[in-house]
Design a protein around this ligand. Structure first.
Ligand code: PEP
Ligand code: MN
Length: 334
């Protein structure tokens, strides 16, 4: 359940209302979201709302029975549109994010940025702090790479997204990028999710490799419950018993999440498959399933890439994929 309080309700009154609920044994939290004061009440326990419904400071009650609430379509029926510069994620058009797995040098990111832009990408990606399975693998260029990514985005007029690995990293990155990525391995890093909730910067939240859809939505709920409504979900494949692909793209999560949540959802066919020959098919499947766009790794020299070369396409291939995606979207629109 979500109670919406009257604008300007004092902190003392908010505490009083919280107490009326928690003294019944229910869990509740005050949330300030988009200038609205809300009380989110956990589904676990039946609460007698008589004590609060009659109050002048309680404007409305939304009955949202699921564990996640603010991300639910039951709370917000209209799809969220997240604005990043001139790009709208979750609106009527498809969003294409592309760029290398990792920023490797000035020449590399500049060349790739120019090419992905010319081939239809609206947002530039590039990892600078890389979460690698092996401690011996390339860990990213760090701060230097961040400045190169920023420069490439400015030069070619594209918002940029990069991943942060921890709370300290968050502070050093947030002012230099347009979207902060929380990677699959950090989907349940609750301290990082809270940190992401304490600002208004758009957050690209990737699904954990072993996370259920409910856990994924609850991770997004952490960000919203701490005050940031600008959350973009990203399905990037989950662990299954199939070794022929890097992960298994859970395509059914796309329409299901569209049904359950108002948040936009992108698909990352690169990490889902680990295989560049599957990128186009999975991108088309993503659009057919209702995704708001894709994030595709591209590299100007994939065989020499310092990370994820086998799944990186040449930037020149992006346009062909984008045009095919648009054709699928047109068919769906009729
Ligand atoms: C990435 O997008 O750079 C990445 C590391 O992806 P994931 O967190 O999905 O593995
Ligand atoms: Mn990668």
């Amino acid at each position: 359940m979500i109670l919406t309080l009257k604008k300007g309700t004092s902190p003392e009154t908010i505490d009083t209302i919280l107490n009326l609920i928690t003294e019944q044994g229910a869990k509740a939290k005050h949330v300030n979201l988009m200038d609205k004061d809300l009380i989110c009440i956990d589904a676990g326990k039946t609460v007698d709302l008589k004590a609060v419904t009659g109050r002048r400071d309680v404007l409305s009650i939304h009955h949202v029975g699921s564990a996640y609430k603010l991300v639910s379509r039951k709370y917000q029926p209209d799809s969220s549109i997240i604005k990043v510069g001139n790009v709208e994620i979750g609106g009527s058009g498809l969003t294409i994010i592309s760029g290398p797995c990792a920023v490797e040098s000035r020449d590399q990111i500049m060349q790739i940025a120019e090419l992905v832009k010319a081939n239809g990408a609206q947002i530039l990606r590039g990892g600078v702090f890389k979460p690698r399975t092996s401690p011996y693998a390339f860990q990213g260029m760090g701060e230097e790479g961040l400045m190169l990514l920023k420069e490439a985005g400015e030069t070619y007029g594209m918002p940029v997204v990069t991943e942060v690995l921890d709370e300290i990293g968050f502070d050093s990155v947030v002012d230099h990028v347009d979207i902060i990525q929380i990677g699959a391995r950090n989907m349940q890093n609750f301290a990082l999710l809270k940190k992401a909730g304490n600002c208004l910067k758009p957050i690209l939240l990737k699904r954990g490799p072993s996370a259920t859809i409910e856990e994924f939505l609850l991770a997004a709920e952490y960000i919203m419950a701490n005050g940031n409504p600008n959350v973009i979900l990203c399905e990037r494949g989950i662990k299954t018993y199939e070794p022929m692909t890097r992960n298994t793209l859970d395509i059914s999560c796309v329409p299901l999440i569209k049904h359950l949540s108002h948040l936009p959802i992108l698909v990352d066919p690169s990490h889902a498959s680990g295989d560049r020959k599957l990128i186009k098919s999975l991108s088309l499947a993503a659009v057919a399933a209702g995704a708001d766009g894709v994030m595709i790794e591209a590299h100007n020299n994939p065989d020499q890439a310092l990370s994820d070369g086998p799944q990186s396409i040449l930037p020149e291939r992006l346009m062909e994929i984008k045009e095919a995606m648009n054709r699928i979207a047109e068919v769906l629109a009729v």
